[in-house]
Design a protein around this ligand. Sequence first.
Ligand code: SAH
Length: 210
Amino acid sequence: MIKKKELEIFLSTLKDFESPKENLEQWSTPPDIAAEILFIAYSAGDINDRIIADLGAGTGILGIGAAILGAKKVFCVEIDPNAYCIALENLEKAKRIFDNIDIVFLNMDVRNFSKRVDVVIMNPPFGLEKSTRHADVIFLRKAFEIADKIYSLHHFSNKSRRYLINLARNNGFKGSILRTFHIPLKARKEKHRKERLIIPVDFYVFEKEY
Ligand code: SAH
């Protein structure tokens, strides 16, 4: 069994977005946080032998990590063809090192994905840009539709906490926050170019209530 630090080191060798697109909110999960959240899901029995979807997979860091930790199959769904191509390269790299990596990358809009899975693990767009407003809600609604258990990263604010927990309740899910991370993002906007922004991000688990 791979250790958390080893997983983090491998994930840090994967290729990142070449020229991240602001209108798609392409911020990749840092390798240490990816390894941390994947091990949390693994420890809860939600990765090994499970069918998993990574929605808005980007360059594949979460989906590939889940496959390395023993997922039965992973569906990575990504709308951007550039990110999709990088993800395929990353997949080849993982396959050269690890056995039994079973991942399908789908270059499509998450709204058109309708496969039923056991677990969703995702870092979706946060819906902070004008062009992506409420993108996080679109992703969550899709996740509620296709899985009974969801692990997901969302931008922190008190308002969004209330909103997301309520949204979950209205869809028959109980939501709780497992961790809050502070993720450094390289500023892309001209006016922020010299800064490094630290974004507070909540890591949620949503479980279907019966
Ligand atoms: N999950 C990756 C990427 C996070 S950035 C990681 O953790 O590193 C969010 C990703 O969602 C971007 O790659 C963006 O292109 C993708 N995305 C945005 N809207 C989408 C949509 N409607 N359907 C599928 N993917 C989308």
